[in-house]
Design a protein around this ligand. Sequence first.
Ligand code: ADP
Ligand code: ZN
Length: 526
Amino acid sequence: DSERDRFVGLSPTEVLARVFGFPAFRGLQEQAVDRVMAGEDTLVLMPTGGGKSVCYQVPALCRTGMGLVVSPLIALMDDQVAALRQLGINAAALHSELDGDEASRIRSDLFAGRIDLLYVSPERLLSPGTLDRLSRQTISVIAIDEAHCISAWGHEFRPEYRALQTLPQHFPSVPRIALTATADPRTRDDILTALAMPEARVLSASFHRPNLMISARPKGGEMKQLVQVLDRHRDDASIVYCGSRARTERIAASLREKGYPACAFHAGLAPMEKRAALHRFRSGEPIVMVATIAFGMGIDRPDVRAVVHLDMPASPEAYYQQIGRAGRDGLPADVLLLYGGEDMSRARYWLDQSNAPESEKRVMRSRLEAMIAFTESTSCRTRALLACFAETMREPCGHCDNCLQPVPTFDGTEAARKVLSAVYRTGQRYGMVHVISVLRAKLSDNISRAGHDRLSVWGIGKDHSENFWRSVMRQLIARGALMPGNEHGGLRLNGDVARPILRDEEKVELREDALIAEKGARSGGQ
Ligand code: ADP
Ligand code: ZN
């Protein structure tokens, strides 16, 4: 017996206790471990923080041979390896950033059969040299972590993951376990197909994260809204997601001016800057990470107390993944999404313009629409979000904004008709600001040049605030009555939805936050 197989013969529960110090399995862990122990293929869907690692680490030790873990990110591998070594497990990571000494130490350990768990990037695993070396080893289990990376529909697609479908040819009869925190049924089917494991049992945990206090609010002075959340967590870590690199820099700079420990993070940073930012984030000091989606996988600081989105994510899947970085320690965390009509119509416009194949665009479009519907939802947020992943919650969560403070609606038919008429009369090519100026009779050079101050709709909305009209327009965008007309945020009518409203054949119920926004504006802004 090699030192590597020192746990063979112990039960999974014994290994869990002895090596990891956990008295019992949690949730679906035991079922997943049993499947692997029985030599069968499994797909595990568990939210972030659910405890996926144990599902492959325990059987890797209990079964004869070395565990092989495919992982997409070096930082992720290094963290896992460091954690395992502290537990007395001989883990190693094979990737492109190893120095020569380290790589040759791993090779000789490998040769001697001393490695318990080997983490490897997909391209490294399938390189001829590595395959050759590994095929001379007994492999206990192959784990494919972050398995959604194999799906082209996914938001984190890694083309290298595609090649993993050849695994069974290289390692026949080694059980595989794929793991992901992405829950949507389409990605799940994609994983099973791409990994060529149609027989695999799918173990899906609930994606409900009861400690996340989800809320979504229309933008109205975003800096103020942001700071309000950050102030509740001054001694902790927060993440602020922005839609562009430039915006992360801008927001981080103005937060720093206000005395917040803010740090920008995006894919355009130099490697050294990135490492420094990550190091700060991991160090445990208070920090506000202002980031694009490039700040993602492998972010495992457990005490992130707030995740704020200043721009709307492209899909509920991406959104869920991003807010999942909050509260991994199980303690309450604030999650706030700020949204605006411009976001929505711009996202729709760019999607229409994209060169992606039509089938792909259709999927992205339906995800975007689901995201928009989520932001405008007047009922339980948690339930609305889980519904996107085909998970039904019988009771409302009781801790989201809509549960804590039910959103009243009002009859907004007349307001909607005014907006739609104004968009129509101004030629269906202007954005929100222009249309609202026409409604409220606010003269500008553009308006007088276009002669819009002479239209019948000029000033028909004078009795309401700018915020009110913003909210009405946003909700009309969300319900599809207004559509993007050009890349400058111009809006046009969507006849099928707009016509019945204009003809007074259909009532429009609107969220009353339109009125709340107005009250706020009148009393000096919230
Ligand atoms: P995931 O990869 O699903 O995000 P991890 O595997 O990193 O989650 O585990 C999340 C946390 O839960 C870790 O801190 C881990 O130590 C802890 N954990 C996992 N399994 C158990 C268990 N059976 N009992 C107690 N704590 C556990
Ligand atoms: Zn709720």
